[in-house]
Design a protein around this ligand. Sequence first.
Ligand SMILES: [Zn+2]
Ligand SMILES: [Zn+2]
Length: 341
Amino acid sequence: MLALRKLELGTPLLALEDIPPPQAGPAEVLIEVAYAGICGTDLHIQLDELPSEPPVTLGHEIAGRIAALGEGVEGWQIGEPATSETYFYTCQRCMYCRDGAPNLCPRRRSIGSRENGGFARFLRVPARNLHRLPPQLSLQAATFTEPLACVVHALLEQTSLALGEYCIVSGPGPIGLLCAQVARASGCKVTVLGTAADVKRLAVAGALGFATHSVDEPSLEETLLQQTAGRGADAVIECAGAEASAALALKLVRPRGKYIQVGLFGRSIAWNADLACLKELHITGSNATVPSAWPKAIALLASGAVQTEPLVSEVVPLSEWERAFARLRQKDALKILLQPE
Ligand SMILES: [Zn+2]
Ligand SMILES: [Zn+2]
């Protein structure tokens, strides 16, 4: 089968390789991948900006159908639609594993970085990682389960959003637009911010019904403050992973408000931590997903509270991965789904 793989460290070369399809071992299943979303993580792994153990097949945002059941797997039928959590291996003994937070297990091994991922026709995963997909949910929409579970964990598990709160999302990428929709589904009034480079992405935010502003607008801070009678935002969600965005979010959040860090910067940034004290902020971070976030994400997708169709810029065959990666690097697209061949 064709698989998009990182072959070695120290080079940005990815390659389509013809590799033998995997076999489902005991307690494992094979998923026939229908679609796999390209994530910022894949772009970072390509450039060694995030760790990986090549040779390895990339891709961790997948949806498909059960294709084979390993020994001892019960409760699943061949052909059933499913998605999978991304931790292929966790120790199941450390305090985090035992506390429902395998995302923090020091020995975790994830698909798409250390174990073969979903940019291929077949994906091998432990059956305990599976989530059933409701019939009304399209497999394209279901590829958003993983990124949406990250957002659910960040916004609804690590902190909380409440009815009537005013919420600012900085950074209109796919994660930012999922955050905005979860905040809206929580009853918040949401404004989305982006830069001049984000024109297309802000247009999608606008089409989803959100108020949008460019950070280059001359009197942006006053405009936003006016919307809250001068108080500031009840919650700011930083999704850009950019220093200027974090500084702006820190300015816009009201005293005793919530500062929610979702984006990764990839380096240390200058950040006025005094404001954390002076404003008595509630600051939270989140790391990927935990199992509890997945059924919530699937429910949000199935109910239509979170729309994904406007976020899909293109669906391309796996062999056209190079053009898709280039579009994403240029911020010319939001989410691109690869279709295995
Ligand atoms: Zn991802
Ligand atoms: Zn563990």
